[in-house]
Design a binder for this molecule. Sequence first.
Ligand code: ATP
Length: 471
Amino acid sequence: MPASTLDSLVSLCKRRGFIFPGSEIYGGLANTWDYGPLGAELKNRVKREWWKTFIHKRPDMVGLDASILMNKKVWEASGHISAFSDPLVECKKCKQRFRGDKLLEPKIGVEAAAILKLEQVQKMLQAEKISCPSCGSKDWTEAKKFNLMFKTHQGVIEDAAALVYLRPETAQGIFVNFKGIVDTMRKRLPFGVGQIGKAFRNEITPGNFTFRTREFEQMEIEYFFDPERTEWKKLFEEWKKQSWSFITDVIGIDAKHLRLRDHEKDELSHYSKGTTDIEFQFPFGWGELCAAVAYRTDFDLTKHEEVSGQDLHYTDPDDPTRKIIPHVMEPSFGTDRIVLAALLDAYTEEKLPNDETRVVMKLHPNIAPIDIAILPLSKKEHLINKAQELYKKIVQGTDLVVDFDITGSIGKRYRRQDEIGTPKCITVDFGTLGEDDKQGAKDTVTIRDRDTLIQERLTIAELASKLKVAG
Ligand code: ATP
């Protein structure tokens, strides 16, 4: 994918109302982005498909919506206060700060950069002759640990006792509610809990559009199991497949632009027995799209039991004398990165037979922000009325998202719908009204396919049955 694709996409996103720069009328706030009407629709669809796939369609899963602000002991137990940090280096000349491992990745690779010890980072930057991206100097400070958690205060007194963190991941909310879920939902192992929500990380070097931001959304699952009854390797492989299938079959990202990457032994956290990421070929190189699965053993629940003093054991219903701390598989998806990858994957510039170039977003129909556009051929009032009748019929009789567009020539309106990825356009013309046989028979409309450009003439009744319009 050429590097210029990202610039073309950023510009399309702004021009068409997918993603705007944050706080723009005030000069912006670096690396913040706001999802516009179409972006919000697209992102909601990604979340809806995820919820449907992993929560609604599985009897062994339930959903959760935990708070962003949590007791700070949660982060003590999870290890985030002591260890959730990145190596921060400063350019001695221009004083700009960067993430040392990320500067090294293009030279030494993701795996090697991830396992560097703090004291090795500066030496490696010097050895690899890495220049400061801002001023070109090669003079780096020693790396320091920089904790990525955002801090704030709860209540009116801003002292240490009131300190709280914005959650850096949604997962801990699941562990903290494990006992409540077991006590109320009558789930037996193995079962999983999924949740979608915002997470915050004070990233040292955000950038590449929405790839790395300080506020983002995650869709995470903790799948609890008894390691004596369920073989972890088998479960690990199953989750790998399910995560891959969500990204390719449900979201529709082309497998050619994806790969699985197993974390090296040295790269794994001490408690993890295996992690596999799904990576996408971004215009700036391969990057993590999501963690397809991470096997976190019983680390989290054990730590929460220790720090909270609460009993978080699970009692085996078949043998009440057997009490265990379940182990977990954790598939962890970043909503914003999936949206970005889906947009990049869909972005297509095509030469048409008349030599014009059209930009078309070949988004999977599951996530396209608009399902159908209704386009009256001209602005004549009775034609618009007829088209509006059809619009109302579809909107009221289905769950489809329908756009009604009368602005500009029909060609321009098709181009706009192509650029926003609308899979089907329906044109209402004078044939539909019974006023022009050459355009088509009375009560027929044209339906145009975004990708093939094939136009089909259907009766309104046939269209209604194709779209499963109720009533
Ligand atoms: P990275 O190595 O890119 O910093 P990570 O390994 O720290 O990512 P995880 O902690 O595994 O990320 O988080 C799960 C998912 O959350 C990631 O796969 C990604 O999709 C998303 N994510 C993490 N950090 C960010 C961020 N700063 N901006 C946008 N999405 C993010």
